[in-house]
Design a protein around this ligand. Structure first.
Ligand code: ADP
Ligand code: ADP
Ligand code: ZN
Length: 215
C-alpha cells in the first residue's frame, strides 16, 4: 500500500504516518526527517537544504526528488510506504506518478489531514521532536511519558529551529501557494480522502483506518 499524507505544517501528518507505519508494517518516509538527519551529520545535502529550511522555504524539487526516489528504491519499500511531507509541489507529484507508472504501480490514497490555520501556530510552538528517531510530541496535547524525553528511544526532545512563530507563518504561506494545489491534483485522480485533523490523534487515526480498509 502506498499512501501520501497531505496537510499544512503541523496538521499531524507525521503523527498519523507513524501510527499507520507501525500498524501496517510499512516504512514511514519523511523528507523533512531525511533533511534533518543530513543537517545533523553535516553532509553537503544537509548544508544545502538548511539554507532553505531556515527560511521556511521549500528545498528545490530537483534535490528533493532525487532523495525521495533513492529512498523508495530500497528493499524495505517493496510492500509499500507512507510518505509524509512529499510531494509538496505539483512537479514532485508528477515525478512520483511517472516513476510509479514505469513500475506499473500507483499511489493508493492521498490523505488530507485538515486543520485550520488558526490552530497551527499554537500546535507548532508546543511541538517537541526527537532528533534521533523522528517521533513527535506536544507539550499539552501529546506529552511524552517523561517530560522532555522520547518514549520510543530515550533521547532528549528538542524544539525545531523552523518552528518559531515567524517561520511557521512563512511555511503556512508556502503551503497554501505550493502544496495546497495537490488537493485538487489528487481529487482529479480519485484518490484524495480528507479527515478532520482537529480531533484527538487516535480519532484521526480511526478515520484514516476506515479509509485504508477500502483497498
Ligand atoms: P512539517 O512536518 O512541519 O510540515 P517537514 O519536516 O515535513 O515539516 O519539513 C520541514 C522543511 O523541510 C520544510 O519546511 C522544507 O523546507 C523541507 N522539506 C521537507 N519536505 C520537502 C519537500 N517534499 N519539498 C521541498 N522541501 C521539503
Ligand atoms: P506535521 O507532520 O503535519 O508537521 P506533526 O505530526 O509533527 O505534524 O504534529 C504537529 C504538532 O501537533 C506536534 O506537536 C504533535 O504532537 C501535535 N499533534 C499531532 N496531532 C494532533 C492532534 N490530533 N491534536 C492535537 N495535537 C496534535
Ligand atoms: Zn526517539
Amino acid at each position: 500500500m502506498k499512501i501520501i499524507m497531505l496537510g499544512a505544517p503541523g496538521a499531524g501528518k507525521g503523527t498519523q504516518a507513524q501510527m499507520i507505519a507501525s500498524e501496517k508494517g510499512i516504512p514511514h518516509i519523511s523528507t523533512g526527517d531525511i533533511f534533518r538527519a543530513n543537517i545533523k551529520e553535516g553532509t553537503d545535502l544537509g548544508k544545502e537544504a538548511k539554507t532553505y529550511m531556515d527560511q521556511g522555504k521549500l528545498v528545490p524539487d530537483e534535490l528533493t526528488v532525487r532523495i525521495l526516489l533513492d529512498r523508495v528504491a530500497k528493499d524495505d519499500c517493496k510492500n509499500g510506504y507512507v510518505l509524509d511531507g512529499f510531494p509538496r509541489t505539483i512537479p514532485q507529484a508528477n515525478v512520483l506518478d511517472e516513476e510509479l507508472a514505469k513500475l506499473n504501480d500507483h499511489v493508493d490514497f492521498a490523505i488530507n489531514v485538515d486543520v485550520p490555520d488558526e490552530n497551527i501556530i499554537s500546535r507548532m510552538s508546543g511541538r517537541r521532536a526527537c532528533p534521533k528517531c523522528g517521533a513527535t510530541y506536544h507539550v499539552k496535547h501529546v506529552p511524552p511519558k517523561k517530560e522532555g524525553i522520547c518514549d520510543k528511544c530515550g533521547s532528549e526532545l528538542v524544539l525545531r529551529d523552523d518552528d518559531k512563530p515567524e517561520t511557521v507563518k512563512k511555511r503556512l504561506g508556502v503551503y497554501h501557494e505550493q502544496t495546497q494545489p495537490l488537493i485538487e491534483y489528487y481529487t482529479g485522480k480519485g484518490i484524495l480522502r480528507t479527515v478532520d485533523g482537529t480531533v484527538d490523534p487516535k480519532d484521526v487515526y480511526a478515520a484514516i483506518n476506515e479509509i485504508l480498509a477500502e483497498v
